[in-house]
Design a protein around this ligand. Structure first.
Ligand code: NAD
Ligand code: UFG
Length: 350
């Protein structure tokens, strides 16, 4: 197969940077774009270092997806075989406070991307959706056929973009679109050189745990220990970010299938892990004690969410390889080498 050239939006972000690296190592040519709203240029520099000789197949442009002229220029200079679209805002709480920001950034950014892609005849897309579109699932594992709902503006942007994708494909069957519903991405590249570096107070479990381990926060607040789960704490499907990145390569391969239209796949491990089990695995991997503060349930949280992985295994020929031990090992390796993230400095992190 001839070398493919892929545009990655949000390529400096957590999942984007790991995916760019896996693409380069897999022999793809990659152009990444990002506005650094929630990321750092250092991530791009480190991806280049990790890619070694493959870095010659990589270029980066700082731009906002809503800047149609800038995006158009990128497409005018390079012919893309497909786009992987990560760029978006993702903080649930912030989306409740600033819904218009989320609709503007996530929806307008995506619509402009569609328009520019169509204008340049590139109609192959992989989109970052989320298990959040299952809302509060009545049963588990979540299959792709489950009813969809959104619990907050962030989730609504995912649901709306999924609907936009389905409509775009119905209107023009030249479009081939794969919607990937991620469960809970955690961990970091095994080198410890790239990883997740959230701005401000982390919303998600593992970035918070990691900041407690390096002494940036005194204790982990556990949101709820009265769920109907083995130890009362919430259960999620944690997936190693490198497995997730590889899932995108499997999706790109699937886009070659002439029968593909607009198709959706879960990317998870199919295994549920409670908050306390995850903390224990992290303590084992890091040798650090994580002090806990028990608190009430976080509004909007589901008790148990994990994926059915059958469809992705069958049709994408992809399966997660890593377990929570490896996720915690790599998360700690990243955290201990970069306790203050990419900035490296206590003063520029909070
Ligand atoms: P991230 O914030 O690390 O990466 C997103 C990147 O997009 C950031 O680098 C940000 O600067 C960039 N960006 C945002 N708006 C932009 C715009 N208008 N123009 C250009 N760049 C823009 O987040 P992530 O964890 O890597 O998530 C990537 C995608 O996966 C997002 O769409 C997110 O909603 C989705 N997702 C993430 C999770 C998760 O738990 N991390 C779960 C499900 C889905
Ligand atoms: N939790 C704590 N303390 C914390 C943070 C989280 O106890 O400080 C608990 C939560 O209550 C939940 C579990 O840890 O039981 C996981 O919480 P996360 O916030 O890490 O993940 P969620 O499953 O709640 O949500 C994440 C993303 C959503 C996305 C969803 C599915 O934040 O955007 O995964 O992909 F939609």
């Amino acid at each position: 197969m001839p070398t493919q050239t892929i545009l990655v939006t949000g390529g400096a972000g957590y999942i984007g940077s790991h995916t760019v690296l896996q693409l380069l190592l897999g022999g793809y040519h990659v152009v990444a774009v990002d506005n650094f709203d929630n990321s750092s240029e250092t991530a791009i520099l480190r991806v280049k270092e990790l890619a070694g000789e493959f870095a010659k197949n990589f270029s980066f442009s700082m731009l906002d997806l809503r800047d149609k002229c800038a995006l158009d220029k990128i497409f005018s200079t390079t012919r893309f075989d497909a786009v992987i679209h990560f760029a978006g805002l993702k903080a649930v709480g912030e989306s409740v406070e600033k819904p218009l920001l989320y609709f503007d950034n996530n929806l307008i950014g995506t619509i402009i991307l569609f328009e520019v892609m169509a204008a340049h005849g590139c109609k192959n897309l992989v989109f970052s959706s989320s298990a959040t579109v299952y809302g509060w699932p009545k049963e588990v594992p979540c299959t792709e056929e489950f009813p969809l709902s959104a619990a907050n503006p962030y989730g609504r942007t995912k649901l709306m973009i999924e609907e936009i994708c389905r409509d775009v494909h119905s209107a023009d069957s030249d479009w081939k679109i794969i919607l990937l519903r991620y469960f809970n991405p955690v961990g970091a590249h095994p080198s410890g050189y790239i990883g997740e570096d959230p701005r401000g107070i982390p919303n998600n479990l593992m970035p918070f745990v990691q900041q407690v381990a390096v002494g940036r926060r005194p204790a982990l607040t556990v949101y709820g220990n009265d769920y109907k789960t083995s130890d009362g704490t919430g259960v999620r499907d944690y997936i190693h970010v490198v497995d997730l990145a590889d899932g995108h390569i499997a999706a790109l391969r699937k886009l070659q299938d002439p029968k593909i239209g607009c198709e959706v796949y879960n990317l998870g491990t199919g295994k549920g892990t409670s908050v306390l089990e995850m903390v224990k695995a992290f303590e084992q991997a890091s040798g650090k004690k994580i002090p806990l503060a028990m608190a009430g349930r976080r509004p909007g949280d589901a008790a148990i969410v994990y994926a059915s992985t059958d469809k992705a295994e069958r049709e994408l020929n992809w399966k997660a390889k890593y377990g929570i031990g490896e996720m915690c090992r790599d998360q700690w390796n990243w955290a201990s080498k970069n306790p203050y993230g990419y900035s490296g400095s206590k003063d520029s992190s909070n």
